[in-house]
Ligand binder design. Sequence first.
Ligand code: EPS
Length: 392
Amino acid sequence: MLRYLTAGESHGKSLVVIVEGLPAGLRIEQSEITGELGRRRLGYGRGPRMRFEQDEIEMLAGVRHGRTLGSPVAIEIANTEWPKWVEEMSPAPGRPAKILTAPRPGHADLAGMQKYGFGDARDVLERASARETAARVVAGCLAKALLAEIGVAVLSHITAIGSAVSTSSVRPGVDDLDRVDASEVRCIDVAAAERMVAAIKAAAKVGDSLGGVAEVIAYGVPVGLGSHVHWDRKIDGMLAQALMSIQAVKGVEIGDGFTIAHQLGSEAHDAIFYDEHDDRYIRETTRAGGVEGGITTGGPVIAHVAMKPLATLNRPTLHTVDVVTKEDTVSFKERTDVTAVPAMGVVAETMMSLVLANEALRKFGGDSIAEFTRNHRAFVETCNATPSAVTP
Ligand code: EPS
């Protein structure tokens, strides 16, 4: 079982993540983690903070000489801006200098204030902030390293920002990730990428924000992760929950879920073939997103993740109410991004990797990487035999 917890406020001293359940002997280097954090800062449309945020990390526990010990891994990510926020975010008793009382529609502000009895929206927004995803990406980097040991690679690309939608059916492969990341909106459809950048510029000009869609793909996933036997063991359910938990995500689709809902059964499924050369079952289409009955099929696992436009507007126009005076107003103004969709793709990779890594550990187990990979190899060697040959 792979467990992880993140702690930390957006403008607090640092974010902290603890990952428990990794086998011993997993190779991990600080540079890989900082590389992943750098990918999350990518993307045209991010705010000024992304230009100076360093995401400096310190590996506190669980790794020795570049390998996990099997003990909890603890990593801290310092917030570059902390010196400016020492007073406002101080843990010592006292009162903040500036209290935010006009909640932003669409953000967690008002519901969070009501739920926790806060008078200051900052008590909610600091933790609701997408800054927290930096800590998830660190955990995801460890999950990706574990998955790489069994030949699984997870990547994402952006298929829509606002009304700029890519109609290309070309899907990046494992070797295309650098090309995706080289695009300022992480989109390999060059014409669509230009339209996305233009849409971001137009929204920025009027102080507005944009959402969009990322496609997340895991290649090399073995058959048999997740299960049909109970609702909470279905891997598509786990993926949907994990992806939906990303800040500002409002929709998750596994494979072509929303498209095939409108098709006939004879058109909507992935036909099964047997490849005698490689001695394995194959599906030539990916409509089910690599999951049937809550179990991975051995094909690429695919999800589409839809992010709403950010609730913080550079020019707030949406109607809200001041929680002290109850008078009509517009929400407070916070420095913000125009869009964070390119970064959301990287976070979606993280969430998919954490689910797959957890399920891979459940299936293959092992206290060491050698044990984990041996169990994986043994399963893959036998799973394509006819069922009668493996059933006693
Ligand atoms: C965020 C608002 C912006 C983003 C931030 C998430 O921060 P600030 O208000 O400090 O400018 O830049 O994202 C990050 C800091 C990050 O690392 O992703 C929000 O309200 O969610």
